[in-house]
Design a binder for this molecule. Structure first.
Ligand code: SF4
Length: 366
């Protein structure tokens, strides 16, 4: 996984070849208009290693350039495969931004232990509560304030990891642009935010196959807005219970449950479509490598969403022990996703691509 090559070394063979490929693209200019990368590639006369790091993290993995390129491997000695080069650099960038924590076997073991032990303890303390008598109350499984404490710690942890990654990306890569004279904005502007919310760069791309498609637009919209709806449900639950004094569990028709069902359903459908697209691309786009890093986050979203919907379904169709068992699996899945996401998935694309797009939207390309 990490350490395959050093993105910060000018002498690194992989980075030298990446600069070679983008230097050819800089002269060729055939791919102008496909995505935000190309106007940036063509904005200067010389391509540096740092430019390539920025282009790779601005790249949306459309793969249009591969299908348009007359110099891809097996057709020309130039051996140009931009989508694979940028994918590898993104993976290494995310590793570097999290201090290569999951790099060595020792670190991997430490993380696994940090991951497993709290889950085992959670099951140890909560398992007996599965058989709690009487009407369903989620706090019979895990009491309210320990639950709030753990979920708040997890949220602070994930937001901090994303913030640290953003600060490091700005310092190590964005501020190295324009011969080190760039001062990248810390927060994205309105244009960038609106472009992201509208999924501006997702339309008609060569994914998961050789024909133009909007499958990625579809599943990414579902996952993106499904996650926001799930977050809205949790926030509404807090408002109802702690501000308005309306106790949980809430009735089926309450905005809390409707937002939860909508979010969970969108996350489930989006994740299933996303996984199907990954498998299809693996079959049809042999010029790209597919690693766990590329689909683990979607898989984690699917498990979290499905166990959440199952918990709700069991509230109306099964005994309370099934509700609590599904809920305990749901809590464990959320915990696992939050803890592992910064190290083993591509979740950092949320921050790194936003900052790269902001640079692009504010870069007055000559
Ligand atoms: S990917 Fe190929 S066609 Fe596109 S700019 Fe580069 S060399 Fe030209």
């Amino acid at each position: 996984m990490s350490g395959e090559f050093n993105i910060f070394s000018d002498k690194d063979k992989f980075m030298e070849d990446a600069v070679r490929q983008f230097t050819i693209c800089n002269s060729c200019r055939y791919c102008e208009g496909y995505c935000p990368v190309w106007p940036e590639v063509h904005s200067g006369n010389i391509v540096t290693r740092n430019d390539v790091l920025y282009y790779s993290n601005l790249c949306y993995d459309h793969r249009d350039c591969y299908y348009a390129c007359p110099y891809v491997p097996g057709t020309h000695e130039f051996n140009i495969n931009i989508p694979e080069v940028t994918r590898k650099i993104r993976r290494e960038t995310y590793e570097e931004l999290t201090y290569n924590v999951s790099g060595s076997p020792l670190k991997k073991t430490a993380i696994s232990l940090a991951l497993v032990v709290p889950v085992i303890l959670g099951w140890f303390f909560a398992f007996n509560n599965i058989y709690s008598p009487g009407p369903v109350s989620f706090y019979k499984l895990v009491p309210k304030y320990p639950l709030i404490a753990v979920s708040s710690l997890l949220s602070v942890y994930l937001v901090s990891m994303l913030a640290v990654a953003g600060i490091r990306y700005r310092k190590l890569i964005l501020n190295g642009l324009d011969n080190g004279n760039a001062t990248a904005a810390v927060l994205p502007g309105v244009t960038t935010l609106l472009g992201v919310l509208a999924h501006k760069w997702f339309r008609n791309i060569h994914y998961p196959g050789g024909k133009e498609s909007n499958i990625r637009l579809g599943f990414h919209l579902m996952i993106f807005y499904g996650f926001l709806m799930a977050l809205l449900s949790t926030t509404l639950g807090f408002i109802y219970e702690d501000l308005l004094g309306i106790p949980s569990p809430f009735p089926f028709y309450s905005p809390v449950v409707i937002a939860g069902i909508t979010g969970g359903s969108m996350l489930t459908v989006g994740s299933l479509l996303g996984l199907a697209a990954r498998l299809s691309s693996r079959r049809t786009q042999g010029f790209m490598t597919v690693e766990s890093f590329d689909f683990l986050l979607i898989l984690e979203f699917l498990v979290v969403a499905l166990t959440g919907l199952l918990t709700l379904l069991f509230r109306y169709t099964a005994g309370t022990e099934y509700v609590y068992l599904a809920l305990l699996i749901h809590y464990s899945a959320i915990y696992t996703m939050y803890i592992t996401a910064p190290f083993s998935t591509n979740i950092l694309h949320v921050v790194v691509r936003l900052m790269s797009l902001n640079r692009f939207d504010n870069h007055n390309i000559p």
